[in-house]
Design a protein around this ligand. Sequence first.
Ligand SMILES: *Cc1c(COP(=O)(O)O)cnc(C)c1O
Length: 417
Amino acid sequence: MSTGLDRGASAPSPAPTTTPATTPAGSPVVSRMRRFGPTIFAEMSALAVRTGAVNLGQGFPDSDGPASILDDAVTAIRSGHNQYPPGIGVPALLEAVAEHQHRFYGLPLDPTTEVLVTAGATEAVAASLLALCEPGDEVVVLEPTYDSYAAVIALAGAVQRSVPLLPGPDGFVLDRDGLRSAFSERTRVVLLNTPHNPTGAVLSAEEVAAVAALAVEFDAVVVTDEVYEHLVFDGRAHVPVATLPGMADRTLTVSSAGKTFSVTGWKVGWVSGPAPLVAAVRTVKQFLTYVNAGPFQPAVAAALALPDSFYSELAGDLQRRRDLLVAGLRSAGFAVSVPAGTYFVVADPRPLGHSDGTALCRELPHLAGVVGVPVSAFCEPGSVAAQAVEPLVRFTFCKSDAVLEEACDRLQALRSR
Ligand SMILES: *Cc1c(COP(=O)(O)O)cnc(C)c1O
C-alpha cells in the first residue's frame, strides 16, 4: 500500500543525507521546489511491497472509523449532497466544529465567520501560510517537521526557522535556547504541531506558554496543527494554544477528520480562529480547491457530536496498541520512550548496534521483515535536529493487533543477530 498519510510516493520531505532527493537535472519544476524530490517514504513503501514486510512506516489506520460516519456518508450521497458545497463548508459542519471547540476546550466561535472547512488539515496549513506570508517572511517550526510544512513554506517564498525538538530520557523536549533564537523581527507565523508527528511528543503547558509568549513578543500569528488532539494518552489533556490567555486573537487552529475518525482518505479538515484571519485563509483557499468532500462534510458534522465515550475509547484503544508496540520494540532490543500522543513511536536502535536510522530502515525488511521510517527524513539535512535524531526510527501503531503482533514477532530476529 502506498497511499495514506505520509502520502507515500509524493511525500515532499527534505532528503536524508544519504540520498540527495533533488528532482532530476533538467526538471521543469520551479527552483524553490527543486529540493523536494521523491523521498525515503516512497522508497520505504516500495520496499515493503517488494519484500512483503509489515509496513509500520506510514501513519494511516488499517480499519475504518465508526459505522455511523460511514452510514451517514452513504446517506448523504444517496440524498443528493453531490454538488459543490458552500465555499466555507456546509453549515452543519461549521456549526459542529464550533460546538466541538466549545465542548472540549471552552472556546467560543461564530460558525459563520470563524470556521472554514478545507481539503484536510494539509490544505488548511497551506492556505494559512500562503495567505499570511510575504516572500522573505519567516516561519518558525518545530523540527523534526511534518513533511508538508517545508514544502509549503518554500511555495510561499517564506523562510523556515527551526526550533529543535530533542530526544531526552523522557521523550522529546523543546530546545529552549533554540526557541528564542528562531524568532526575529521577520517572524510572521509560528507553525506549531502538538501532539507532534513524527515524535509523538505532546508539548507541556510550559512549552506551549513559552512559544505563545514569543509569538506575542514578536507579534506573530500562530498556526497550530492539532490533528492528533484526541490521541493523547495516560490521562493527559490536549491544551490548544488558542486557550492560553491572549492567544485566541492571534491563533488559527487546524484539525481534521482523518485521524479522529479513521477516515484519512476523506480529506475533511478545518481551520478556526478570529474572523479576519479566517477570511484571509479563505481568500487563498477558494482558489486552491474551492471546495471538496461535499457528501463527507455532513457525515463528519454528525461524527463530531459523538458522545465523550467515543473519544475516550479511541484514545484508550490506541494507548493499548501503543503499549503493545512499545513492549515488542523493547523486547527486540530497541530503546524506546513512551509517546504521550499521536500514533507514532520513535525507537532508538543503538543498543542493537545500529547508529544510522536511514541505513537501518533500508536493511530492516531483510533483517526482520518490518518497515519503519527514519526520523531524520523529517529534518533539514545537517540540522541540529537531524543530527540528534540520526539513529532513530519511527513506527506507527495505528494498525490491527494482528499486524502489530506479527511485526513484534518478526522484530525479535534482531536480538539473535
Ligand atoms: C496526517 C497529518 C496531517 C494531514 O491531515 P489531512 O487532514 O489528511 O490533510 C496534517 N498534519 C499532521 C501533523 C499529520 O500527521
